[in-house]
Design a protein around this ligand. Structure first.
Ligand SMILES: Cc1cc2nc3c(=O)[nH]c(=O)nc-3n(C[C@H](O)[C@H](O)[C@H](O)COP(=O)(O)OP(=O)(O)OC[C@H]3O[C@@H](n4cnc5c(N)ncnc54)[C@H](O)[C@@H]3O)c2cc1C
Length: 392
């Protein structure tokens, strides 16, 4: 793969809106991605393997629980810092960002928000340091966009719960020590349970043959009469709103992350357009290529403004789920379109692993699907503005 010469576009001087702490956190993540992710990621994507050696580095840049309080091992940062870290990681690879998002927003967040003090103290510091990795089990083979229909269930057996069912498409599942699993009790109410690797009847077979997020490990979670200790139930929130609250946090991170992927594609195409000579001139001198670049930087700039504002609203605890849906949908769509255009600008070279664009393009096919598909987020916006529910 080519050396990582990335220079971040900032067309509207958005750095002026960031604090010194934001820039410090962002720049540390950017440097780490250049040094430890870019040189190896293409190989791992080709091998369809998650590079476990970067787990320490992810922990060191604060990617595991950026906004979790320091007393639990988190970095105690604000939401914009969290977003910037996700942006920089996804600039390297969406699969690596997925691992960090799951750990922070889908495992640490529910333990912090819905768990008790014992659970926080037991799990959060180990998850923040990367000593333990986690996964989040919501999707099932027959329930994806409609997780409320889930059939995974648990029964109260007096001194423990008995968990049965299966989850599918679970990021980090094959190597995670801890799974936050959403299941229905005997009354049909959804609760979160912490399931640990090694519990009898719990297995995590890996999902193979993915053309997307190849450097992220995906698997199933199978529960065959798993005895879960009663103290592993998350006591402070139940119902579908509990997993959806985690998804708000993760989707916010994805909205920032997608900008990272788009910036990398744009920056690569811009550099290539000045170096590649056809018909005696750099291809960047042709109007058609300039149109592509001009539209890319316009869309990136709009997305940067959207997420920065959303970050301010999140910091003030005022962002709605629908606002987060809009940003996730817009930014991932923006990134996937930029990846497609940028790939074309590189001609044949665009399809090789010499450049990151094709990998980003394929990765974004997962990102536009998980955490609520493109169409589902549109329906959420539609419901928000009309007050009419298209899901029923
Ligand atoms: C690589 C990868 C990693 C993932 N990681 C995780 C994870 O860690 N944890 C987890 O729980 N899940 C995870 N997922 C699952 C992901 O969230 C689901 O794939 C996603 O929610 C869509 O569900 P589905 O695949 O079952 O598609 P379906 O729900 O079957 O949707 C199929 C199509 O129908 C459309 N559709 C569905 N309902 C409607 C409707 N009411 N109106 C209009 N159109 C509709 C959808 O938009 C989509 O286009 C992951 C998925 C992938 C691909």
């Amino acid at each position: 793969m080519k050396p990582d010469l990335f220079e971040a576009p900032d067309y509207y001087n958005l750095d002026d809106l960031l604090t010194d702490e934001h820039k410090l956190v962002r720049d540390a993540a950017r440097e780490w991605v250049k040094r430890d992710v870019s040189p190896i990621i293409e190989d791992y994507a080709q091998k369809a393997e998650f590079p476990t050696q970067i787990i320490n580095g992810l922990a060191n840049i604060g990617a595991f629980g950026p906004y979790i309080p320091e007393e639990y091992g988190g970095a105690g940062l604000d939401q914009i810092s969290y977003g910037l870290i996700m942006q920089e990681i996804e600039r390297g690879d969406s699969g690596v960002r997925s691992t960090a998002s799951v750990q922070s927003s889908l495992v640490m967040y529910p333990i912090w928000k819905y768990g008790n003090e014992d659970q926080r103290k037991k799990y959060l510091p180990k998850l923040a340091s990367g000593e333990w990795m986690g996964c989040f089990g919501l999707t099932e083979p027959d329930h994806g966009s409609n997780p409320g229909g889930m059939v995974t269930n648990f029964k109260d057996m007096g001194d423990h719960y008995l968990l049965n069912g299966a989850k599918m498409w679970i990021s980090n599942a094959p190597f995670a020590q801890v799974a936050v699993v959403w299941a229905k009790n005997e009354e049909g109410r959804i609760h979160g349970l912490i399931v640990e690797r090694g519990m009898e009847g719990f297995s995590t077979p890996e999902t193979h043959n993915k053309w997307s997020l190849r450097a992220s490990s995906t698997g199933e979670l199978i529960f065959d009469n798993v005895k879960v200790p009663k103290e592993n139930l998350l006591p402070n929130k139940s119902g579908l709103g509990a997993p959806l609250g985690c998804l708000d946090s993760a989707r916010f991170g994805i909205a920032w992350g997608a900008i990272g992927a788009a910036m990398d594609c744009y920056d690569t195409a811009l550099r290539y357009s000045k170096e590649r000579i056809q018909f005696g001139k750099p291809i960047g001198q042709f109007q058609l290529q300039q149109k592509k670049l001009a539209e890319m930087i316009t869309e990136i700039t709009k997305a940067q403004l959207l997420t920065w504002r959303l970050g301010v609203l999140r910091n003030e605890d005022r962002a709605t789920s629908a606002q987060i849906s809009m940003a996730k949908r817009n930014n991932v769509d923006m990134a996937i379109n930029i990846a497609r255009e940028a790939r074309q600008m590189l001609g044949g070279m665009g399809i090789t692993g010499e450049y990151s664009i094709m990998r980003h393009s394929m990765n974004l096919e997962s990102v536009i699907t998980y955490e609520g598909t493109h169409d589902i987020h549109l329906l959420i916006t539609g419901m928000d503005v009309t007050g009419l529910n298209a899901f029923k």
